[in-house]
Design a protein around this ligand. Sequence first.
Ligand SMILES: [Zn+2]
Length: 482
Amino acid sequence: MTLQLARSSVGARLADLEISRAWLVDPATGREGPGEIVVTDGILVAVTWLEGADADGVDAGGVIVAPGFIDLHAHFREPGNEDAETIATGLAAAAHGGFTAVCVMPNTTPALDEPSVLARIRAAAVLSGSPVALLAHGAVSAGRMGEQLAALGELADAGVVGFSDDGAPVRSASLFRNALAYAGMLGLPVVDHPEDASLTEGSEANEGLVATVLGLRGWPGSAEAGAVARDLALLAEVVAEVPGARLHLTHLSTGSSLDLVRRAKAAGLPVTCDVTPHHLALTDEWIAGARRWSWEAIGSDGAARDPWRDGAITASPFDPSLRVNPPLRSASDAAACIAALVDGTADAIATDHAPHAEVDKAVEFGLAATGISGIETALGIVLAAVDAGRLPLATAIAALTTGPARVLGPRAPGGDRPRGLVEGAPADLVVFDRSETWSVSPDALASRGKNSPLLGRDLPGRVLLTVAGGRVAWEIDEPTSD
Ligand SMILES: [Zn+2]
C-alpha cells in the first residue's frame, strides 16, 4: 500500500491524494477488493479495481478505503452543556472516528424545537472549520416535554432530518401517533428512544444475574420491547392513512425488541432501526469487572457464561462509564444485535455518542449520568467483531454508510447520490489500517467526553485519513507507507 498523505490542515480542500494497492469497500455496489483511488482538487477522479498479478498481496487485513461513515445518533451538548462537548469538539471526534456526517439529537438546552436553535448549531459548525456534515433531528414535542407537538413543519423547512425526543421516550401514545402522521406528511422519520419509563424508574443495570449479585436495581428488557410494540402498533394504523409515515427505532438492545422489528419488516411496515457498538460488543458483566467481548461470554452451548466462575473478572466493579440508557444487556442480547445486522433487521450502527463532564460521571454507579463517549471507538469495536468472525466487513461498513443513508432518504448527505466510491463526486471517505491498533486514552480522544469504558484498551483499525466533501477532516500525525 502506498499512501501519500495530504499534510494539509483540517478544512482545507484535499488537493492531491493517491492510494494504491489498498482494499476498497464500496457498499453502494456491494463490491470490495484490491484497488486504487485518486483524488484531485477534492474530487474522487479515479477508482480502479486491481486484478490478477496487480492485486497480489493486497487483502482485507490492511489498509481499507470506504465511504465516510454517517452517524444517525450523537449528542454534541451545544447549546447548554459545553463542558461535556461542543459542536467543534464533537465534529473533531467524529472525523477521528471516520464519520463524515453526524445527526445530532435535540436534547440540548434549549432543546432543538424551533429553527433558531438549528441556526445556532449550524453557525457553530461553520465556525469550527470542520468539513464534517452536521445534520440534526428536531424535537417531537415542544421543549421535549411530551405535552404538545413542536413546530414540525417549520423545523422540516429549516432542514432537520427527522424528529426525536431522544434522551427520553415519547410517553404519550396519542402524541406519538400525531407525530408519526405529521412527520410522515413532511416525508421525515420519527426516531424513537423506546422505553416504558414506568418500568425503569430508578433502574440501574440490566435485570439479571449481574444486577442481582451487585445489588443494582434491575432494568427489564420488557421496558424496551413493550415500547417497540406500542410504536409498531401505532405505525401500522398511521401508515394506512399517511403512506409516507416512517418510524426509526434507535439503540435497540434486546433480542425480543429486534424480533418485533424483524416481524414488522416482514409484514411490510416502514420501520428501520439501529444498534450501537457498545450494545453489540459489551455486556452487563463489564459492570461486575469483566472485560471480555460479548461473543467471548457465550459458551459452546450458546448460553451466557458466569463471569465469576470463569475467572473473567479483571477490573473493579461499578465503573460509572458503563452506565448507559438502555443498559448494557446480556451476551445473548448482544448476539441478537449482531444477528440483526447480519440479516438486515438492523439497518445501521449508530453510536449514541454521549459525552459527559467528569463531574457527572465521577459518582456512585446508580447516580452517574447515562451515556458513553463512543464516536471515536465505534469503528474499533465493530472491527473487533469483524476480527472475531462475527460480522462480515462489508456488512459492518454498509451499516455505517449505505444503511444510515437509506434511513435518512433524500436528506442524507449527498442527496440521492449513492453512498459509495463514486467517481466524479467530491471525495467523502475514510482510510483506516486494520493491521494497526491504537490505544484509547483521554489524550487520544478529541471529544471532551472522556467517559469511555475502553480507556486503556487497544482497539484495531487506526483511522489514517478522513475526507468530507472533498476537504480534510482528520489526518494522523505521522505518515505511514510501506
Ligand atoms: Zn436514547
